[in-house]
Design a protein around this ligand. Structure first.
Ligand SMILES: Cc1cc2nc3c(=O)[nH]c(=O)nc-3n(C[C@H](O)[C@H](O)[C@H](O)COP(=O)(O)OP(=O)(O)OC[C@H]3O[C@@H](n4cnc5c(N)ncnc54)[C@H](O)[C@@H]3O)c2cc1C
Ligand SMILES: NC(=O)c1ccc[n+]([C@@H]2O[C@H](COP(=O)([O-])OP(=O)(O)OC[C@H]3O[C@@H](n4cnc5c(N)ncnc54)[C@H](O)[C@@H]3O)[C@@H](O)[C@H]2O)c1
Length: 478
């Protein structure tokens, strides 16, 4: 059966092979693959098919940043710089963002689901028993019970985690949802947080005209990366005119009616802003998911093994943000591929073909600031903490011919972490303009554990920025 149903619509056939709860990119991917393999698959979605990534996360944030990147790239090359002297057209940038998020209309995604042979049930899913999910209408008017012969896969994602800040509930703070979907640039924008959401949104809205202040509790931004990443991005943010306060905790916030908010910091100083964005991390959307049915706790990330199955419950899988392994769309979709192949294999009584190794050692991520940050695998510190015998080699990307051609006065840096025993690259970090597209080469090298001796034969084209690999190999004595 292929249909779009709401819970109160009666359906005599509510038994499926696979139930997927959550139709974000990860749930969709898993459902598409089990349906393609011939398993009768239903997907349950409480909001928009396409999930956080499509409407309130990856797509709007990247489209908000892209026009600024394009403008800056043109401004950094003599000849094109003279041709682009104007500012960004904010209205057009926001319109383009809205086109990418389909004005929050999921009908094209629903079409894909139906074409893929998946049944869509709209409503809030909850585990109520073994292989059983109850779906209730968002307004609570109806409930429908679905059963699964093979597997239930949780793909309910994550939401913003709000800190226990005095007064926060009364000031209508924004999270990533509102800042990625804002219809105009707030005049004064304060963002609390120093992670990926905070730095990307600080820069995007600064480029679009907001006066931005970033309140960071640590001594650096992007602390999970190599230290030189935080230094480069911090300098760039400040160079853009963004005020970045390091080592500052927020203690309380107030609002005068519908007017501006005033945030008080731990040194007694105050910041007044038209919008306050909280970007202090995520929490799993498991608060009312019925995890107690299988002895787990609502509100927690769902622990899984490397086939994305929960230990002790052979029919329950959890993929994407909800398991907390790597809060990234591409990594969640990787898990969806593995979980779906495992579900299909187990349904056929076959061996599971492969497991999630990349989650542990080869997770790639791009931070779409200017400069971009692209990293995969372990940082030097993570490698040391893991007891690896390792060393780091670094190279100034700006001194590579390809980078000099890319932009006048190009600045950037690349570092590799090498396992001395295995003679393989276990981590790579790039900072600079247009490094995002350089990441996949490093991801292949790390994921496939390519020996350094073999890398000698991977010759980068001249004059591209990838020529930095030759310089790094020289640094490594290869
Ligand atoms: C601002 C921002 C920018 C980001 N940018 C990037 C980026 O550039 N690249 C990248 O890789 N990652 C990025 N991410 C992370 C990315 O958005 C997530 O990793 C990704 O969305 C996870 O996909 P998912 O399918 O697991 O969850 P989600 O996309 O959150 O989808 C989960 C779905 O489940 C539904 N759901 C939840 N509970 C229930 C229930 N009980 N019943 C029915 N349905 C339910 C939700 O409505 C939602 O549609 C960004 C995140 C943020 C916040
Ligand atoms: N380009 C991308 O790939 C991209 C973009 C945005 C988000 N994401 C994903 O979304 C996830 C969430 O991003 P995020 O930036 O919200 O989280 P994050 O974990 O990257 O950063 C959270 C930040 O908030 C700070 N913080 C935590 N609690 C705090 C508190 N109580 N007060 C003040 N500061 C506090 C942390 O020190 C850190 O700087 C990330 O893990 C990332 O994987 C990815």
């Amino acid at each position: 059966m292929t249909s779009t149903d709401s819970p109160d619509q009666s359906d005599t056939e509510d038994a499926y092979d696979v139930i997927v709860v959550g139709a974000g990119p990860v749930g969709e991917n898993l459902a598409g693959r089990t349906a393609a393999a011939g398993l009768r698959t239903v997907i349950v979605e409480s909001e928009l098919v396409g999930g956080e990534c499509s409407y309130w996360a990856c797509m709007p944030s990247k489209t908000l940043l892209r026009s600024g990147h394009a403008l800056r790239a043109a401004e950094r090359v003599a000849g094109s710089a003279e041709a682009v002297r104007g500012p960004l057209d904010v209205e057009k940038v926001l319109r383009r963002r809205d086109e990418f998020i389909h004005d929050l209309d999921d009908s094209s995604q629903v079409e894909w689901v139906e074409d893929a042979g998946i049944t869509l049930v709209r409503g809030v899913g909850r585990l109520v028993g073994e292989r059983t999910v109850a779906v209730r209408d968002r307004d609570g008017s109806g409930e429908r019970v679905l059963t699964a012969r093979q597997a239930v896969a949780l793909a309910t994602g994550s939401r913003a985690n709000l800190p226990p800040l005095d007064g926060l509930d009364d000031v209508a703070p924004w999270t990533s949802r509102e800042i990625t979907n804002a219809k105009a640039a707030p005049r004064r924008l304060v963002i609390v947080g120093g992670g990926v959401v905070a730095v990307e949104m600080a820069q995007a809205w600064s480029w679009l005209g907001s006066e931005v202040t970033l309140v960071v509790r640590g001594q650096a931004v992007l602390e999970r990366n190599e230290p030189f990443v935080g230094e480069a991005v911090l300098a760039a943010l400040r160079n853009d005119g963004i005020t970045v306060l390091l080592g500052r905790e927020s203690t309380s916030v107030t609002r005068d009616g519908d007017g501006p908010r005033t945030l008080t910091l731990d040194d007694g100083s105050t910041l007044t802003c038209d919008e306050l964005v909280i970007a202090t991390g995520r929490k799993p959307r498991t608060d009312d998911l019925g995890l107690d049915v299988v002895g787990l706790k609502d509100g927690d990330y769902v622990e899984v093994d490397d086939t994305l199955r929960t230990p002790g419950t052979p029919w329950l899988y959890a993929v994407g943000d909800v398991n907390g392994r790597a809060l990234l769309t591409h990594q969640g979709k990787y898990q969806a591929r593995i979980a779906s192949d495992a579900i299909v294999a187990r349904a056929r009584g076959e061996e599971v073909p492969y497991t999630a190794v990349a989650d542990h050692r080869a997770v790639p991520q791009v931070v779409f600031t200017d400069p971009e940050v692209a990293a995969v695998g372990l940082t030097l510190q993570e490698a040391k903490d893991a007891g690896r015998s390792c060393r780091m080699v670094e190279y100034d990307l700006g001194s590579v011919a390809g980078a000099a051609v890319q932009a006048d006065g190009y600045t950037g840096k690349v570092a590799l972490v090498v396992d001395e025993d295995a003679q393989t690259v276990i981590g790579a970090t790039f900072v600079g303009q247009d490094v995002a597209e350089m990441l996949q080469a490093a991801t292949i090298v790390v994921a496939a554990e390519v020996p350094l001796s073999a890398l000698r034969h991977a010759v980068p084209a001249y004059p591209t920025m990838s020529e930095v690999w030759l310089r790094l190999m020289e640094e490594l004595g290869q």
